[in-house]
Structures are given as structure tokens and as C-alpha cells.
Design a protein around this ligand. Structure first.
Ligand SMILES: Nc1nc2c(c(=O)[nH]1)N(C=O)[C@@H](CNc1ccc(C(=O)N[C@@H](CCC(=O)O)C(=O)O)cc1)CN2
Ligand SMILES: Nc1ncnc2c1ncn2[C@@H]1O[C@H](COP(=O)(O)OP(=O)(O)OP(=O)(O)O)[C@@H](O)[C@H]1O
Length: 185
């Protein structure tokens, strides 16, 4: 299956998850991720403002702020094909970009946080992933020095054909298990 077909199929699969099941799984993912962040004493986190078919990140972001952890969200420059992170302040300041992706106020970029939560559609157990295309995360991760985690539904495991520019995540959290992807490579 091509990358494009895998993406389309996974978006459909995620969109068709039972709403009650999805929310119950998200509650588990949220508490697992918060435990992981506190357990590792991470003080700053880069994480997306979620789209409807993705794991809901709003509650996670608000909970991190409550705990005094800095939160940064990505903003794409679609012309330059790069992505930078900006500080999250409040949901009231969140707007949509030209592609309908939610973004924080574009102030001073900061890409040097302790942990990045990497989004994606299909993942393998070694931490390789198929994202939304564009290579925004692959390019970002090339220079990123912090920890890389993905938080996903079990339904997102699948076959990933590796490409030379792909940068895998170190750790994968699902509602059922925590995978040290780096150790498994
Ligand atoms: N919630 C969330 N925010 C995120 C991401 C994400 O995965 N989730 N991103 C993760 O990277 C970045 C946005 N990534 C994007 C990647 C591609 C397109 C895009 O160009 N879409 C085209 C169709 C793509 C195609 O099929 O070729 C379009 O809408 O015209 C938009 C955003 C940053 N913000
Ligand atoms: N480090 C890089 N430098 C230059 N171009 C890159 C780099 N990484 C990826 N690309 C380009 O970006 C495009 C999309 O890459 P790919 O299909 O791997 O995206 P993806 O993994 O689905 O998305 P993302 O990384 O944004 O989540 C490809 O054409 C690829 O050549």
C-alpha cells in the first residue's frame, strides 16, 4: 500500500472509532502521558492542538499549564515547508491557519523544549511513523535534541516503509502499553 493510501485508510479508521470508546481510551492516554512527563521531570513540552480525529490534546495542555509546565504548539510555514513552535497561552488566543490547523499566537519561536509529542497516523513498534505528509516533523526532528514520544491508539499500529529521512520516536504510549521503541531498534 502506498503512503498516501495508508494515511487515508488510517484517518478513516480513526474517524470511525466509537465515540465512547475513543473518549475512554483518551482518558487513559491523558493520564499515562501526564505520568510520563512528571515521572521524567520534563519542564517544557511541544504538542499539537488536536484535530477532531486525533487524540484530544486540549485537556492535556490545560493540565500541563496547571502544573507549571511550559507548552509550545507547532505552526507551519507552508511556503518554506518548515515548522516552528510558539508558546501556548490560553485557548482564547488559539486561531486557525490557512489549512484549518489550530495554532497559538505567532510570537517568538522556541524549539528547544524537553519533550516533543510527535503526531502521526501509522506507527510501527520501532517508532517509525507515517505522518500527514509535508515532512514537517521529519525536518523538525532532525535538529531536535530532546525526548520524542508518540501517544497513540492501538489501532494505529501498522506497516511503515522506512525512508532515509525518517526519524523515529524514542517511546510510544498506548492505552495498553508503554513501548521503549528506541531499545527495540
Ligand atoms: N493537530 C495537528 N497539528 C499539526 C500537525 C498535526 O499532525 N496535527 N502537523 C503535522 O505535521 C503540522 C501540520 N501539518 C500539515 C501537513 C500537511 C498539510 C497539507 O498541506 N494538507 C494538504 C493536503 C495534503 C496532501 O494530501 O498532499 C491540504 O490540506 O491541502 C497541512 C498541515 C502542524 N500542526
Ligand atoms: N529532513 C528533510 N529534509 C528535506 N526534506 C525532507 C526531510 N524530511 C522529509 N522531507 C520531505 O518531505 C516530504 C514528506 O515526507 P514524508 O512523506 O516522510 O512525511 P510524513 O512523515 O508523512 O510527515 P511528517 O514528518 O510531517 O509527519 C517528502 O517529499 C520528503 O522528501
Amino acid at each position: 500500500m502506498s503512503k498516501k493510501e495508508s494515511r487515508k485508510q488510517m484517518i478513516e479508521r480513526l474517524s470511525n472509532l466509537d465515540e465512547e470508546y475513543k473518549q475512554q481510551q483518551e482518558n487513559v492516554l491523558k493520564s499515562e502521558l501526564l505520568d510520563y512527563i512528571k515521572g521524567n521531570d520534563f519542564k517544557s513540552v511541544g504538542i499539537v492542538l488536536s484535530m477532531p480525529h486525533e487524540m484530544d490534546t486540549d485537556k492535556i495542555i490545560l493540565s500541563l499549564l496547571d502544573d507549571g509546565i511550559e507548552v509550545y504548539n507547532p505552526v507551519c510555514d507552508y511556503e518554506e515547508k518548515v515548522m516552528h513552535f510558539y508558546p501556548f497561552t490560553t485557548m482564547d488566543e488559539v486561531k486557525k491557519d490557512e489549512k484549518g490547523i489550530r495554532i497559538p499566537p505567532v510570537t517568538t519561536p522556541y524549539n528547544d523544549f524537553d519533550l516533543v509529542v510527535v503526531p502521526g497516523l501509522v506507527f510501527d513498534e520501532e517508532g517509525y511513523r507515517i505522518g500527514y505528509g509535508g515532512g514537517y516533523y521529519d525536518k523538525f526532528l532532525k535538529d531536535f535534541q530532546g525526548h520524542k514520544v508518540s501517544v497513540i491508539f492501538e489501532e494505529q499500529f501498522g506497516e511503515v516503509e522506512k525512508e532515509s529521512h525518517d526519524i523515529p520516536v524514542d517511546f510510544i504510549i498506548t492505552p495498553e502499553r508503554k513501548l521503549n521503541a528506541k531499545a527495540g531498534r
